[in-house]
Structures are given as structure tokens and as C-alpha cells.
Design a protein around this ligand. Structure first.
Ligand code: S3P
Length: 449
């Protein structure tokens, strides 16, 4: 769905202690993959706990356009009747992926080795993001692409009629690129090999194995080498989507900075490729504990308990941790503003090509609220004001980016003057219940309309 209607200006005001249980929605990355792989099976895949954010709804609509039967059974339960590997139909209209880089890149991969043509578009944010990182490797399979200057959407892909398998080293740390290549490899004969120098989230590999594909991973001198045998018969599955650590980050970080808070966020996936933020917060001195640690569906899961932590200190975040917390840097910078000393974040060039340029968006908004930020192409440093000293009072541009909007609303919960966001509309892409969930904990966030 392109665009999201009129802007929704919002204001967050300092609040009393946050307390209670925060049941955050299902994991966005896993939700996209469950729909796409479900559409590539023969038979019925059932999904519980699917994230019903706009990004994922757009992927559901896309899978229908490619011929799958996708049904909302209510209460986060969904069913997908797939068309089998290589069975996609040619869509009649343009595939509109809205705000979602994950949606468009994974779907492009899935269709690139099928003998159909499809045109992709999105909102102003998505249409500005680089797609060559995906279409370059897809061309090696035999897929042709025509897009706008700089490899931007809208873009048409002509899928390969006689795809060949590829061996590809991913040049940037990106799970989306890795996943696009693996999904394309599904309908290529023989073995497709992807090598990544830095480990990124591995949900695609885990789920492909669960669906019965032959896939293996080994560490080599070049990096992690993933080998997939093409043309498997994928077996329909039941998938329980764990709750999203990237959404859990918001109530957790809010509890750490709001005096007197004590919040429990149950059932959060702590896959090591996703949990870097929580490690970083603990190194900063956060009172963040893992309770009831267990395994669910092969993934480590725990209930996160976050309590107000007035003595957090800035740290240098190890660059090799970046991929495991890439979506959490905006909200980390909010905690850093409330901590003492500098938080140094290096090796994060990828932040510049997310839903917004996240270093630019956060630096501008933090400065507008009295926080000192230095930045370079692939690094930034936030100098914390310390607990009780964040001025606030600024107006922040969310730049069509859900995580920027939510981060600044968290900032305002412990600032000395209210923090305003020009448009909270994008929050619906990933965390549609953010407002009622935070209100139930005691936050003071209102819409200014
Ligand atoms: C995602 C991968 C990451 C992340 C995005 C979700 C995924 O993007 O930022 O929110 O589900 O594969 P990159 O692959 O561009 O790093």
C-alpha cells in the first residue's frame, strides 16, 4: 500500500513509572518469510502470531497476486495454500510493497527464477532505496530488470526462463540480499551457494530447513557459506511466529529511562543474530534480566524484565555486533542520550539506507532536543546528557520511518519538555498496537489531531 494517508503528528510527555506486561506483536522478519515460503509449498501452511502490520499485509497481498490463497482466520491465525516451487502465476497489476524493503527484496528473489514478469513499487521511502544489491545477484540467475536511475523502484523483473544456480558473496551485511538469493535458488537446478562475511539474521535458512529444503551452513575462510539444493518439494508447515525483539526494544528502553519503571516483555526471541541490543544495554549498566529462558520452535526465548536504570554509561558498541542490532540503533541512541558519557557506534553504514537515513534522522532529532551528536559516513557518537538532563522540547521528522517515530516518542517519556514527532503514521507498518500498549504501561503519548 503506497503512502499512508495524512500525517499523524504525535507528542510524548514525561510520565510516571511504566509498569505491567508488554505483549509485543509477532516478528516482522519471520512473518514475511512464513507467508512467502508458505506460498512456495504445495498444501496448507498455518501460521499463528503473524504480525498484522502493514508491511506484512502488503506481502500477504503480493502472495495472493502470485496465485497463493492467503486467508486471515482472525486473532493472528493465517492460512496459506501455496502453489509450489516454480508455480507462481504472473500478477495482473503492480506489486505494491508499501514501506517494506524486506517484502520487496524477498519477493523479487522468489519470482526471479520463474518464467513470469512482475512490476514492483512502494511508498516514497521504498522507492528511494537501493535495489541493485538484490537485482545484481538475481541477474546471475538469468533474471532481467528495468528500473529507475540508481536501481530504484518502480522496477520490472522478467524472471529467468532457464535459471542457472549461482555462487554469490554478499558484498554488504544484509539478510535481505542473502534471502533473496536463497529464494531465487529454490527454483534453479543444482546448488546455489551464498557466502556472507558477517553473520546476519538466519531466519530464512532456519525456515527453509523446516520446510524440508536441503540446506547447510559451514564456516569457511571467506565467511559463512550457505548451500541450498534447488527444486525441492517444500512441505507445508505450522509456524508459530515468536514475538519481535525489534519491537520489544521500545518498551524495554522506555522502562530503562523512566524513573520507577518495572516492565515485563514476555516470550522474546533471543536468536544471537537478533539480540545485540540487549547485550549492549546490559554492558551499559541496564537492569535488564532474562527470566524463564527456554527454547520455542528451535529458537532461544526469554521473558525480558527491564527496570529503571539511572546509572547507565555510554560504551563503544563493537562494530562486529552491528548486524545483530541493526534496526535497534535508533532506540539505542535514545537510551544513550539519557546515559552518561559517549556512546560510540561504528561500522554502521547500512543505517543510511534503511526506511530513512537513520543516522541523519536521529542526529537531527536528538540535536533538536538538546543532545550532542557527531556523525560520519559509517559512524556516529551520542554524548549522553545523563538521567534527568535531556531537555526535550524538539520537533522531530520521522522521515516515513516507523522506528524513528517510535524512538523519539520513547525519548519524550523521560525528557524535561514534551517531544513532538511530525508523523507517527509509519508506526503501523511494524507495531500497530504501539500506542495502546505503551498507554497501558503508563506512557503519555497523544495524537495532535
Ligand atoms: C531484515 C533485514 C535487515 C533489517 C530489516 C529486516 C530481514 O535489513 O534492517 O528490518 O527481515 O531480512 P538488511 O538486510 O538490509 O540489513
Amino acid at each position: 500500500m503506497s503512502g499512508h494517508g495524512d500525517p499523524i503528528p504525535m507528542t510524548s510527555t514525561a510520565c510516571g513509572p511504566l509498569s505491567g506486561i508488554a505483549d509485543v506483536p509477532g516478528d516482522k522478519s519471520i512473518s514475511h518469510r512464513a507467508l512467502i515460503l508458505g506460498a512456495m509449498c504445495v498444501g496448507e501452511t498455518t501460521i499463528t502470531g503473524l504480525l498484522e502490520g502493514q508491511d506484512v499485509l502488503d506481502t500477504a497481498a503480493a502472495m495472493r497476486a502470485f496465485g497463493a490463497t492467503v486467508t486471515d482466520l482472525g486473532g493472528g491465525n493465517w492460512s496459506v495454500r501455496g502453489v509450489g516451487v516454480g508455480g507462481f502465476a504472473e500478477p495482473e497489476g503492480v506489486i505494491d510493497c508499501g514501506n517494506s524493503g524486506t517484502g520487496v527484496r524477498l519477493i523479487m528473489g522468489a519470482m526471479a527464477t520463474q518464467p513470469i514478469t512482475a512490476t514492483f513499487s512502494g511508498d516514497a521511502s521504498l522507492n528511494g532505496r537501493p535495489m541493485a544489491r538484490v537485482t545484481d545477484p538475481l541477474a546471475l540467475f538469468g533474471c532481467q530488470t528495468v528500473g529507475r536511475t540508481g536501481g530504484r523502484l518502480p522496477m520490472t523483473l522478467v524472471g529467468a526462463r532457464s535459471p542457472v544456480p549461482v555462487r554469490y558473496t554478499v558484498p554488504v551485511p544484509s539478510a535481505q540480499v542473502k534471502s533473496a538469493v536463497l529464494l531465487a535458488g529454490l527454483n534453479a537446478p543444482g546448488q546455489t551457494v551464498v557466502i556472507e562475511q558477517e553473520a546476519t539474521r538466519d531466519h530464512t535458512e532456519r525456515m527453509l530447513e523446516g520446510f524440508g529444503a536441503e540446506i547447510s551452513t559451514r564456516e569457511t575462510d571467506e565467511g559463512r557459506e550457505i548451500t541450498l539444493t534447488g527444486r525441492p518439494e517444500l512441505i507445508a508447515q505450522h509456524i508459530e511466529v515468536p514475538r519481535d525483539p525489534s519491537s520489544a526494544a521500545f518498551p524495554v528502553c522506555a522502562a530503562l529511562i523512566v524513573p520507577g519503571s518495572d516492565v515485563l516483555v514476555p516470550g522474546i526471541g533471543l536468536n544471537p543474530t537478533r539480540a545485540g541490543l540487549f547485550t549492549t544495554l546490559r554492558e551499559m549498566g541496564a537492569d535488564l534480566t532474562y527470566e524463564n529462558e527456554r527454547f520455542e520452535g528451535g529458537e532461544p526465548v526469554a521473558d525480558l524484565r527491564a527496570r529503571f536504570s539511572p546509572d547507565m554509561q555510554g560504551i563503544e558498541v563493537p562494530p562486529e555486533r552491528a548486524a545483530s542490532m541493526i534496526d535497534e540503533y535508533p532506540v539505542l541512541s535514545v537510551v544513550a542520550a539519557h546515559a552518561k558519557g559517549q556512546t560510540i557506534m561504528r561500522g554502521v553504514r547500512e543505517l543510511r539506507v534503511k526506511e530513512s537515513d537513520r543516522i541523519d534522522a536521529m542526529a537531527k532529532g536528538l540535536r533538536a532536543n538538546g543532545i550532542d551528536v557527531e556523525e560520519g559516513e559509517d559512524w556516529w557518537i551520542v554524548t549522553g546528557a545523563g538521567h534527568g538532563n535531556v531537555a526535550g522540547g524538539g520537533l522531530c521528522a520521522s522521515q516515513l520511518d516507523h522506528r524513528i517515530a517510535m524512538s523519539f516518542l520513547i525519548l519524550g517519556m523521560a525528557a524535561n519538555a514534551p517531544v513532538r514527532v511530525d508523523d507517527g503514521g509509519p508506526i503501523a507498518t511494524s507495531f500497530p498496537i504501539f500506542e495502546p500498549l505503551m498507554a497501558a504501561l503508563g506512557a503519555q503519548v497523544r495524537r495532535d489531531v
